[in-house]
Design a protein around this ligand. Structure first.
Ligand SMILES: Cc1cc2nc3c(=O)[nH]c(=O)nc-3n(C[C@H](O)[C@H](O)[C@H](O)COP(=O)(O)O)c2cc1C
Ligand code: SF4
Length: 443
């Protein structure tokens, strides 16, 4: 099997990445509640750098405390956070791996609102439809402040000598909330026709370019197949693929260096990360969804009672039946490739060298990003280097990691992949194996 295409360098604007496999955003709640970073997070990211990926895209880094999805992720909201990010980037680069930080404002798409802001702010007054957390639409002045916060966070990433920033524009985060007609019900200049719904994203891109210049890598993760009704059929229709392709062209014109193709107008979603719906894990750890927000009783019934839980599980897993999991977003990625001339990354299920190789050779994407299969096998790229097509114990897409990370450390929870439960626990906890500064804020 040839793996030539995988090991070709990839240019993303001013940044050159050594190969075509990037780690996609994935991390647990490894940082401190106040948004300062920890040694645990450094351990986590360095593990993948050591495993041979060309670049790491950090898990979402909130640009403002109000924009977090869950507490316990390092923020990039103030200059005092710079030393942590600088050190993290330095440690990752020791392994010839680039570090791109993903900037997020979650808007209404929150899993745990946290201490300070019980009410979310987003593009709309409508609560998030799965968990039902309350939300109110931002005023135009508030939107301006968020645009500026993104620009300042990007400036900090550059000052911390990181290799680039990616905007968390997919999966229901604030950018999606403005872009999608399934969510954006505004009647002002940020709502209505596509041009106006795209205004917020384009303003952020231009504001970042103003702060960091043209020679700093800037990516945008975007949901191309919004598939809004695939999870909750009573919701309004989202953007068509053609609409999203128009947005991709505008993003390119505004100065984005690469697009990162994902799917869905919420997180999680049957298409992202595609895989099983492990109901027994969900009831153990998704307490916030079960017990808060507007849909407490509905979620209790759906997640806890048979046959509703079985029916929901079937409903969740149904799109994969026809689309498959590995490369689920490749048709969308191909469409984006044909619409723009900047590089296109694709996320979704990748863990087989020959599949990745063919996708790149066919021109469906320029590179792939991987999350869960790297959680299962951080050395996956080393296996590819040795000529293996797949890791001996691949990721099963069971999604137990996804539903555990809210309350337990992120790691692979698929017991069948280990010799014993003890081995699994040891492996999951190994990320805490740090020196005397264990758990302390690095600032
Ligand atoms: C535990 C977990 C956390 C994630 N966090 C983020 C995130 O912060 N930002 C983001 O854009 N995607 C996030 N994702 C989505 C992944 O980056 C990726 O796009 C998705 O899992 C599909 O890729 P995979 O099949 O290789 O896992 C997360 C996924 C998982 C499982
Ligand atoms: S728990 Fe392990 S096998 Fe299951 S999806 Fe996560 S990484 Fe893959």
């Amino acid at each position: 099997m040839s793996t030539t295409a995988i090991f070709e360098p990839l240019r993303l604007g001013a940044l050159t990445v050594k190969n075509r496999v990037l780690r996609s955003s994935v991390a647990g709640r490894f940082d401190n509640y106040d948004g300062s970073g920890t040694e645990v997070r450094m351990n986590w990211d360095v593990k993948f750098a050591r495993g041979g990926v060309g670049a790491i895209i950090s898990s979402n880094a909130p640009i403002h405390e109000r924009g977090h999805i869950v507490p316990g992720y390092a923020y990039l909201d103030s200059d005092d956070k710079l030393p942590f990010w600088r050190e993290l980037g330095r440690r990752v680069r020791e392994h010839d791996c680039a570090y791109i930080v993903q900037l997020v404002h979650a808007g209404r798409e929150r899993i745990i609102p946290g201490l300070r802001y019980e009410e979310g702010v987003g593009a709309t007054d409508d609560p998030e439809p799965l968990n039902g957390f309350e939300c109110r639409r931002m005023s135009v002045d508030e939107i301006g402040a968020v645009v500026e916060s993104f620009a300042q966070a990007a400036r900090r990433a550059r000052e911390a000598e990181l290799d680039g920033v990616e905007l968390a524009g997919a999966n229901g985060m604030l950018f999606t909330q403005f872009l999608s007609p399934a969510i954006n019900t505004r009647e002002d200049e940020y709502g209505g026709p596509l041009e106006q719904r795209a205004r917020f994203s384009l303003e952020v891109v231009r504001a970042i370019r103003r702060e960091v210049g043209r020679d700093f890598c800037l990516g945008f993760k975007i949901s191309v197949e919004e598939a809004t009704r695939e999870l909750l059929p009573w919701l309004a229709r989202g953007n068509s693929v053609d609409d999203v392709l128009r947005v991709c062209r505008w993003l390119e014109e505004a100065g984005v260096d690469y697009l990162h193709v994902s799917a869905g107008t919420g997180f999680p979603h049957p298409r992202n990360p595609a895989g099983r719906f492990p109901a027994s894990e969900v009831v153990k750890t998704y307490d916030a969804l079960l017990s808060s927000g507007r849909h407490t009783f509905r979620n209790f019934l759906v997640f806890r009672t048979w046959p509703l839980s079985a029916a929901f599980r079937w409903w969740w897993e149904r799109p994969q039946g026809k689309l498959g999991i590995e490369g689920i977003n490749l048709p969308a990625s191909r469409a984006v490739k044909q619409a723009v001339s900047i590089p296109v990354l694709c996320t979704g299920g990748f863990q087989t060298a020959s599949v990745i190789e063919s996708a790149i050779e066919r021109g469906d994407c320029d590179g792939v990003t991987i999350a869960r299969p790297l959680v299962a096998n951080p050395d996956l790229v080393r296996f590819f280097e040795q000529g293996l097509d797949r890791a001996p114990r691949p990721c099963t897409y069971c999604n137990k990691c996804l539903f555990r990370f809210v309350e337990d450390p992120l790691g692979c929870y698929e017991e069948s992949r280990y010799e014993s439960r003890e081995e699994m626990v040891r492996e999951i906890l190994s990320v805490y194996d740090v020196d005397a500064r264990r758990g302390a804020a690095v600032a």
